[in-house]
Write a protein that binds this ligand. Structure first.
Ligand SMILES: [Zn+2]
Length: 141
């Protein structure tokens, strides 16, 4: 399955290769202070491959908070946050926003709350290495 997503204005788009086709897609509603404010709900596949395609990099604002180990890629034109990345030991990992999906059957989404508050930095990075998308490319659209 190739999952497409984009911000509202289309400046930041992504395609996520998810093989084999998922019977369901985990959708984690993060309760961190930032995701609470913008309604962040994330998914990832540790066997997936992600391509993020950007039309105008000057209209992408990268925001970090808390442990500052994750970069939220905010479209500064429309305000949507389609992707988060984390660089761990030189490798770029990512999660994508299910709210930015295009054309995905919503019944595939298995929504659940997720709380990572209080998690230490080392265990946080180890969890991302296990669960996040480990194959991430940024390209110019
Ligand atoms: Zn946008």
């Amino acid at each position: 399955m190739l999952i497409h997503g984009r911000c509202h204005c289309g400046n930041i788009a992504f395609s996520l290769a998810w093989e084999p086709d998922p019977p369901e897609i985990p959708a984690r509603a993060c309760d961190c202070s930032f995701c609470t404010k913008h309604g962040g709900v994330w998914t990832s596949n540790p066997k997936g491959a992600l391509e993020v395609s950007i039309r105008d990099r000057s209209l992408v604002s990268v925001y970090a908070h808390g442990t500052r180990t994750a970069d939220f890629h905010v479209c500064s034109r429309c305000g949507i946050v389609p992707v988060v990345t984390s660089r761990i030991d030189g490798r770029l990992y990512a999660v994508v926003s299910v709210n930015a999906f295009e054309g995905v059957d919503p019944s595939l989404l298995r929504r659940a709350p997720a709380s990572f508050e209080g998690e230490g930095k080392d265990s946080r990075l180890a969890r991302r290495e296990r669960n996040w998308i480990p194959d991430v490319r940024f390209v110019d659209a």
